[in-house]
Design a protein around this ligand. Sequence first.
Ligand code: SF4
Length: 340
Amino acid sequence: MLKYSTFFETVDDGRVQCVLCPRRCRIGLNRTGSCGTRRNSDGKLEVLTYGRLSAVAVDPIEKKPLSHFLPGTRTFSVGTDGCNLMCPFCQNASLSQCPLSSGYDATVVRQWSPDEVVQVARHHGCDSIAFTYSEPTLATEFALEVAPLAKSKGVRIVYVTNGQVAQKPLEQLCLNLSAANVDLKSFSESVYRTTLKGELGATLNAIEKLVDAGVWVEITTLIVPEMNDSTQELTQIARFIAGVSKDIPWHVSRFHPAFKRMDVPATDTQTIFRAMDIGSSAGLQYIYAGNMPMRQGEDTCCPSCKHVVVARSGFRVIRMETRQSKCPKCGQHIAGVGFP
Ligand code: SF4
């Protein structure tokens, strides 16, 4: 099925400019943009990955990770190939980078219709559909068609995103997403530009705009040794988040050797605890530890009396004690969507 993007402009000499993400690729006839998922076909921008879900699964929403959005529910996780960053430490490179390494072959991935995605989500008792695994910005045309169908059935749309999205599609996402987990990978413009091949400002802008629009936002930082693990940088990240809202949950996650960083050791657990302390000092109310070797940092604690209001193990909620979204011990409101 041929599908053209709505996010492009005609430039000159038959070239088109993709305006979906900050890279704004100018693409010659029969060439693809730098993410490998969009091609200039006869002066229009064809979305090669439209509806071609290379990964699907029914997951606990906690796995995204989202700890304050419909806790304890299932989400239908879907992903198309491709990413508009080139993180050398990518933990999911077989999906995110494959259109670049081998060229995108749409024929090996089955095409789904928007209606089919919603039907399968409902069949499995999912309260949401999460666009995840690789970068959902590249699936925005498809997601925007899934969204109204899902909404009509009471199913919400979630993005697990790097936030590298241009203003116009971001505005449409603000109207159609219920929640997002945004990766804030560094607070260094030069790391974003030279190591990740993106723009720090785009991700910061996406976080602010999504929060302003009322989308429930949580933030993940994968802590990579010697890239973003200094106290100074972690403090900058935590203070930025607190400046947007102290109620935004911050997930600090352990790096494991992957992709082009097989020679870098896994993040020391003490670094994760240091990051959590930095987040607390910045005023953040909810901080979680990800990819840890033992059950630590998954629980939701009341920011006032520290009582465990949601206990989790391996992404599963094993006890949820909130009453009308409040701590049963001290009555403190617990920020989020869908707490009992
Ligand atoms: S979505 Fe892909 S083609 Fe479009 S600007 Fe971004 S990297 Fe380039």
